[in-house]
Design a protein around this ligand. Structure first.
Ligand code: DX5
Ligand code: ZN
Length: 214
């Protein structure tokens, strides 16, 4: 299995000090920065767009992991690539032609990820899996931080790991020290965590507690 990476989601950080928050989690050992983009249409919330990614890029020495929860990903992937995204993930539910978007993301020099909502079966990506750098399995429904981990997703993680071999399998939503152990055992290797990390005083201890023991 590829190495375990922790990707703090800045959705739970103090938006009035975004640059400082990004630096603080990187100093605390973050392996990536996870950026949740929502358009108020695909997901029932509105967050931020490429301009914020451009501003944060200069504060980041680790990969920028952009999670697009938007209805028309094809229209915006170029903007996010230009903003400095390293990985761009979009929802399979948002398009009839995922391969076209995957190809576009790669052409732009980024890694391409596909995201599955909790209600979407892994079979939906079975025949395109060979083209993807990463699969992101939502372990809550998109929209907000602080929701409870959906235990049924453990089975999906196991199946997606079998599909992806040694490529990245990311999980997002309700990750804390206890669900982290479960998802790692099931085969996830990239763990997004928002409220669990940013609600703790020590970001270092929070991030360390998500990594496997030993
Ligand atoms: C949810 C977002 C997540 C969110 C996770 O729509 O995709 O990345 O920030 O937040 P927590 O870790 O608080 O569940
Ligand atoms: Zn996310």
């Amino acid at each position: 299995m590829p190495s375990i990476k922790i990707a703090p989601s800045i959705l739970a950080s103090d938006f009035s000090r975004l640059g400082e928050e990004v630096k603080a989690v990187i100093n605390a050992g973050a392996d990536m920065i996870h950026l949740d983009v929502m358009d108020g249409h695909f997901a029932p919330n509105i967050t931020f767009g490429p301009a914020v990614v451009t501003s944060l890029r200069q504060h980041s020495t680790v990969p920028m992991d952009v999670h697009l929860m938007i209805s028309d990903p094809m229209a915006y992937v170029e903007d996010f690539a230009n903003a400095g995204a390293d990985i761009i993930s979009f929802h399979v539910e948002a398009t009839a032609h995922p391969i076209r978007i995957i190809d576009k993301i790669k052409e732009l020099g980024c890694q391409a990820g596909i995201v599955l909502n909790p209600g979407t079966p892994e079979e939906d990506i079975e025949f395109i899996a060979e083209h993807i750098d990463m699969v992101l399995i939502m372990t809550v429904n998109p929209g907000f931080g602080g929701q409870a981990f959906i235990p049924d997703m453990v089975r999906k993680i196991e199946n997606v790991r079998a599909m992806m071999g040694d490529r990245d399998v990311e999980v997002d939503g309700g990750i804390d020290a206890s669900s982290a152990a479960e998802v790692i055992a099931a085969g996830a290797n990239v763990l997004v965590a928002g409220s669990y990390i940013f609600q703790q005083e020590s970001y270092f201890e929070a991030i360390e507690s998500l990594r496997p023991v030993g």
